[in-house]
Write a protein that binds this ligand. Structure first.
Ligand SMILES: Nc1ncnc2c1ncn2[C@@H]1O[C@H](COP(=O)(O)OP(=O)(O)O)[C@@H](O)[C@H]1O
Ligand SMILES: Nc1ccn([C@H]2C[C@H](O)[C@@H](COP(=O)(O)OP(=O)(O)O)O2)c(=O)n1
Length: 226
């Protein structure tokens, strides 16, 4: 069967990661979490004392960290300079700084190159999730999905994931999420946006299973039409 490239974009908490992993696993495709790559480079900047609010300082060193992404949807993995980074990239500190780092054009150029190389190497095809996959990274993707959901639904999903010290109340989770979406949507370099030819799926009142079925159906429809 010919390889297929699926781009899944949308704001935080719309279900991109869960949907992408499940669709890739079901269809035997590779999987790439591009948000994890931006989180990894942000984590490296913070660990190395770089002032992440200074775009010049970020641009000057953004070629240094070696970022490697696993592409098995059943075992998502990310490492920085050979060290497992899956845990540290999910802290609230990284989450609060990732929009500033990912707005730096030099960072985007570098990470976009990595993403295209990974997609090109995926023999059976790949599901790539992020913010600008359908518009910029892989504009020729076979299937493009743009997931949305109400801020209330997204905040409820996100705060359900946070535990212990990191747990925040619903209102502050909602505020942080809205702030990050606004930053990601308004930056100059490749902002969060729906591609003109993407299918928009509002997941507010859908179960995860329904979203997965919807995306699998769109991919199978595309394959059948070839
Ligand atoms: N349709 C859905 N209904 C309810 N919960 C969902 C749905 N889709 C995803 N979730 C849950 O919401 C949380 C955020 O999903 P995730 O896939 O990480 O979103 P994103 O990658 O867009 O930020 C996860 O805990 C996930 O299990
Ligand atoms: N293709 C992408 C993917 C993520 N980013 C940036 C912007 C996002 O706020 C961060 C983190 O993305 P991630 O998908 O991990 O975020 P959430 O899982 O939605 O919390 O990375 C980006 O600029 N471009």
């Amino acid at each position: 069967m010919e390889s297929v490239i699926v781009a899944i974009d949308g704001p935080s908490g719309t279900g991109k990661s869960s949907t992408s992993r499940a669709v890739a696993a079901e269809l035997g495709l590779s999987y790439l979490d591009t948000g994890a790559q931006y989180r990894a480079i942000t984590w490296w900047m913070l660990t190395n004392g770089i002032d992440v609010d200074d775009p010049g300082a970020v641009a000057a060193v953004c070629g240094k960290p070696v970022i490697e992404s696993g592409t098995d949807p059943l075992a998502p993995a990310i490492s920085v300079d050979g060290a497992d980074a899956a845990g540290p990239i999910r802290t609230r500190e990284v989450t609060s700084k990732v929009s500033a780092v990912s707005a730096v054009p030099e960072v985007r150029t570098r990470i976009t190159e990595l993403q295209r190389a990974i997609a090109a190497a995926a023999e059976k095809g790949i599901v790539v999730e992020g913010r600008d996959i359908g518009t910029t990274v892989l504009p020729g993707a076979d299937v493009k999905i743009f997931l949305t959901a109400s801020p209330e639904a997204r905040a409820a999903r996100r705060s359900g994931e946070l535990k212990g010290k990191e747990a925040a109340d619903l209102a502050s989770t909602r505020e942080a999420l809205i702030r990050r979406d606004a930053a990601d949507s308004s930056r100059k370099a490749s902002p969060l946006a729906k591609a003109d030819d993407a299918v928009e799926v509002d997941t507010t009142d859908l179960t995860l299973q329904q979203v997965i079925e919807c995306v699998v159906a769109l991919v199978e429809e595309k394959r059948a039409a070839r």
